[in-house]
Write a protein that binds this ligand. Sequence first.
Ligand SMILES: Nc1ncnc2c1ncn2[C@@H]1O[C@H](COP(=O)(O)OP(=O)(O)OP(=O)(O)O)[C@@H](O)[C@H]1O
Ligand SMILES: Nc1nc2c(ncn2[C@@H]2O[C@H](COP(=O)(O)O)[C@@H](O)[C@H]2O)c(=O)[nH]1
Length: 204
Amino acid sequence: MIDEKGILFILSGPSGVGKGTVRKALFEKDTDLKYSISMTTRTKREGEQEGVDYFYRSKQTFEDMIKNNELLEYAEYVGNYYGTPREYVEATLNEGKDVFLEIEVQGALQVKKNFPEGVFIFLFPPSLEELKNRIVNRGTETEDLVKNRLLAAREEIEMMDAYDYVVVNDKIDTAVSKVQSIVRSEHCKRERVAKQYKKILEAD
Ligand SMILES: Nc1ncnc2c1ncn2[C@@H]1O[C@H](COP(=O)(O)OP(=O)(O)OP(=O)(O)O)[C@@H](O)[C@H]1O
Ligand SMILES: Nc1nc2c(ncn2[C@@H]2O[C@H](COP(=O)(O)O)[C@@H](O)[C@H]2O)c(=O)[nH]1
């Protein structure tokens, strides 16, 4: 059977590296990708919107969803739950559309177990000092949370080898172009395989 499902792209990397910034810029260029909105128990930041940035839920609701297997992956990250609602991802992939996840590393590794055919991209900071500057300058975290996110970052960077691609987010435009090239090249690969498969079937 030719796989007519969409491709699952996973953009991951430490907090503050610029995942959200890269993803938003990419989506302005590539309108065919579908973004999976995550669920979280953390409180809404100023300017964030329900159903756009996240689905904000209580701990109880989140834990019920875990029990009911309604999450494709989830992680407890610096004191809050974050997770990917399963139904949207599976239904969208089954329609042949590509889905884009923007998640932290523990969650990405869970996805890899269930979707090894996914395309895993690790966004890497130019330096740990710059990573710290980006989190601090964003102004969304308390001093303690910055510390905890930076501690988590060190562990996350150690898992980089599990990814298919590593992109350094130094200049934003360069990083976005690189991620866009990865998306395009994965499409070409998929089309080439489908063509070869068709040829084999026709020759049979
Ligand atoms: N290439 C870049 N150069 C300089 N600043 C950047 C770059 N990319 C992102 N930033 C800035 O760094 C900060 C963190 O970026 P962003 O919120 O996109 O990171 P993130 O990885 O999505 O973080 P989190 O995982 O915590 O949600 C933002 O203030 C953003 O404007
Ligand atoms: N495992 C998952 N991680 C997720 C998901 N959605 C977002 N995230 C990651 O959590 C951290 C913190 O996010 P913030 O918005 O509080 O800064 C960051 O690395 C996000 O990428 C998810 O569904 N699953």
